[in-house]
Design a protein around this ligand. Structure first.
Ligand SMILES: *[C@@H]1O[C@H](CO)[C@@H](O)[C@H](O)[C@H]1NC(C)=O
Ligand SMILES: *[C@@H]1O[C@H](CO)[C@@H](O)[C@H](O)[C@H]1NC(C)=O
Ligand SMILES: *[C@@H]1O[C@H](CO)[C@@H](O)[C@H](O)[C@H]1NC(C)=O
Ligand SMILES: *[C@@H]1O[C@H](CO)[C@@H](O)[C@H](O)[C@H]1NC(C)=O
Length: 258
């Protein structure tokens, strides 16, 4: 009995080796795409791959599979460029998707090459918030606008709502006066200071003739994602109704951020 099983195994191995050799030796077998990556910026996920130079132009077909539906769905078919936007095939940005690509040259096709698991909320990069700065009475008001979802150059909404858009960011603001950092960890909570378009930060403008500059970045603890840092915006305070130099700088709701 044991001998029979062993013989059968050996035979099966020999057959499968022979099959592999036959396919390797096929004269015009089509190579599979390589380096399959999904990259996303501002929730615009794009699949990229690489392909070797061929005498005849290859075309590619891409399929995407969602965790929930667990079925491969055609996404881009017979395209000749090396990228495919998969935004429309992600129905839940917080769950996994996979993508795969095959190449066709003439009548022959390669096998599929598959991407790694991709979770849009977790693996996507997010651009900076936009800032606006103004002076109001003796305060400097900074508006921090949530990053926008931009798909194929079109605005699709604002990142503010964990469920549909992954993130409700907390913002860290970096404030300098005359170029020296005075407080680098202002932690804006969401409820009082923020709404669905922006967060608003105000700091007392206590130093006359001083230039105040602010930049900010958003932080999502849920996904461990930090946005890119915004450009610095600056304002110079020339005169001020507050007298005395030693008023506490920050009277507003500020929390230390660690
Ligand atoms: C794979 O693609 C990434 C992103 O386009 C690139 O940085 C990397 O160098 C590529 N790797 C190889 C082995 O070609
Ligand atoms: C893609 O190309 C193949 C081979 O030329 C063809 O059979 C198929 O119909 C094409 N599919 C689409 C959607 O154009
Ligand atoms: C959000 O807050 C800002 C500043 O407090 C306000 O100007 C803006 O109208 C608010 N937006 C909405 C949609 O409530
Ligand atoms: C910033 O510089 C201006 C002029 O150079 C000076 O008058 C002002 O006191 C400085 N502010 C601080 C906080 O050092």
């Amino acid at each position: 009995m044991a001998v029979f099983v062993l013989l059968t195994l050996l035979l099966m191995q020999a057959v499968s080796r022979a099959e592999r050799d036959a396919s390797d030796a096929e004269p015009f077998s089509v190579p599979i795409p390589t380096n399959i990556t999904i990259q996303s910026y501002n929730m615009n996920p794009i699949l990229y791959w690489e392909y070797q130079t061929m005498p005849q132009t290859p075309v590619f077909t891409i399929q995407v599979k969602n965790y929930r539906h667990a079925k491969w769905i055609d996404t881009c078919v017979n395209i000749s460029h090396h990228y495919c936007n998969i935004f429309n095939h992600i129905d839940d940005p917080s769950s996994s998707v996979w993508a795969r690509v095959k190449a066709r040259v003439g009548q022959k096709e390669s096998a599929y090459a598959c991407s790694k698991e991709f979770i849009l909320c977790q693996h996507g990069k997010v651009g900076p918030p936009k800032l606006a700065i103004r002076k109001k009475e003796n305060q400097i008001i900074i508006d921090i606008f949530h990053p926008l979802i931009i798909v194929n150059g079109e605005e699709q909404g604002v990142m503010y709502d964990d469920e549909n858009t992954c993130y409700t960011f907390m913002y860290k603001a970096i404030v300098t006066v005359n170029g020296s950092e005075i407080l680098d960890r202002i932690h804006l909570q969401t409820e009082d200071d923020c709404n669905e378009t922006q967060c608003t930060l105000s700091i007392p403008a206590t130093s006359v003739n001083s230039q105040y500059c602010v930049s900010a970045e958003g932080i999502s603890d849920t996904w461990g994602v930090t946005t890119e840092r915004s450009k610095e915006v600056c304002i110079t305070v020339f005169s001020n109704s507050i007298t005395g130099n030693f008023l506490p700088f920050f009277l507003l709701k500020i929390k230390g951020y660690n």
